[in-house]
Design a protein around this ligand. Structure first.
Ligand code: PEP
Length: 245
């Protein structure tokens, strides 16, 4: 039986004051699965210590991005070892905003995935199709290519201990959630593509998840939780989503 994971992606939102108020308001009583918070880089140590002070078990912090390089003359970049130092447990790689706004290719995402894996942190690999690709019936081909690029580089046992997030680009921040059936179909495909590790890998859904639609998504057999953007900025709403998992 896979554990659920609900993850809060704050994106480039928040402040010290916001983080302090968020963790004060965050009440995870009654949550049985894992929970992770992904603040912007500067607030990682603060989030890690506030979460630790809250005393919940199975709660983690993660980073929204990382360099594929270990160190060097790379102004503005952050390495996996720095993230480890700051208390991160998870690292998101290949979020669609990074793929589209920062031109991150499947190859670069694969390099980042490998760097995270080799460091002992847990990669959360985001995959998903645009509306144009869905309408052209290319959804599964796009996702296969995104997964296969990682497997081609990281190979072997790369999926065990990793997390995958299926995030249809047309559902991110738009208020348009994939139906539970649409999401389940893709999650089932992803799980099959992961080979022997598939049955153990947590596959999250992301795209306009809120407390009102979370339960119907989590009822699907291959949906193991959610990556939540907008709704994760409200501690009470986020906790409700965590309780639904
Ligand atoms: C995301 O950015 O990963 C996301 C799913 O955003 P939202 O929940 O706002 O659609």
């Amino acid at each position: 039986m896979r554990k659920t994971l609900v993850a809060a992606n704050w994106k480039m939102n928040g402040s010290r004051e916001f983080a302090e108020a968020f963790f004060k308001a965050l009440d995870l009583q009654g949550v049985s699965g894992d929970v992770a918070i992904f603040p912007p880089f500067p607030y990682l140590p603060l989030a890690a210590s506030l979460l630790q002070n809250a005393g919940y078990e199975r709660t983690f912090v993660g980073a929204q991005n990382v360099s594929q390089q270990a160190e060097g003359a790379l102004t503005g970049e952050v390495s996996v070892s720095m993230l480890k130092d700051c208390g991160a447990h998870y690292v998101i790689v290949g979020h669609s905003e990074r793929r589209s706004f920062y031109a991150e290719s499947n190859t670069l995402v694969a390099q980042k995935f490998l760097a995270v894996k080799e460091s002992g942190l847990v990669p959360v690999l985001c995959v998903g199709e645009t509306l144009e690709e869905r309408e052209a019936s290319k959804t599964l081909d796009v996702i296969a290519a995104q997964l296969d690029a990682v497997f081609a580089l990281a190979g072997g046992d790369c999926w065990s201990g990793a997390v995958i997030a299926y995030e249809p680009v047309w559902a991110i921040g738009t208020g348009k959630t994939a139906t539970p059936e649409q999401a389940q179909k893709v999650h089932e495909f992803i799980r099959a593509r992961l080979g022997a590790a598939g049955p153990q890998v947590q596959i999250l859904y992301g795209g306009s998840v809120k407390s009102a639609n979370a339960a119907s998504l989590f009822e699907q057999p291959d949906i193991d939780g959610a990556l939540v953007g907008g709704a994760s900025l409200d501690a009470r709403e986020f906790a409700e989503i965590c309780r639904a998992a």
